[in-house]
Design a protein around this ligand. Structure first.
Ligand SMILES: [Zn+2]
Length: 108
């Protein structure tokens, strides 16, 4: 399959809101093919390979399910089982050790 082109958005308002809601200082969140950052720079984020792999896994989940179906199922999982046990988060945490996932994306 063709690699997905992703973008990084620093100082994202959405990520700032999510950080406030979840109570974290540094946050990355994926909306479609864009990784939104708050409290961290692009350089700092990219230095943490496990973190990049985690977020790239979410990009893949959007691609596999489609934008709205993924968002809906993700939110539903959070309501049903919580953030940590959310199957999309379980998969993303496993992807943190999967170096090969980086071959599926181009980060601009
Ligand atoms: Zn995640």
């Amino acid at each position: 399959m063709k690699p997905v082109t992703c973008h990084i958005k620093e100082r994202s308002m959405l990520a700032r809101l999510a950080a406030r809601y979840m109570g974290g200082n540094q946050i990355a969140m994926v909306i479609g093919k864009t990784i939104h950052l708050h409290g961290t720079s692009r350089e700092d984020f990219l230095r943490h390979k496990w973190w990049v792999r985690h977020e790239i896994c979410h990009v893949m989940q959007y691609r596999e399910l489609g934008f709205f179906p993924f968002l809906w199922q993700y939110i539903w999982e959070c309501i049903r089982v919580g953030y940590y046990a959310n199957r999309f988060e379980v998969e993303a945490r496993a992807a943190e050790r999967d170096a090969a996932i980086m071959e599926r994306v181009i980060i601009l």
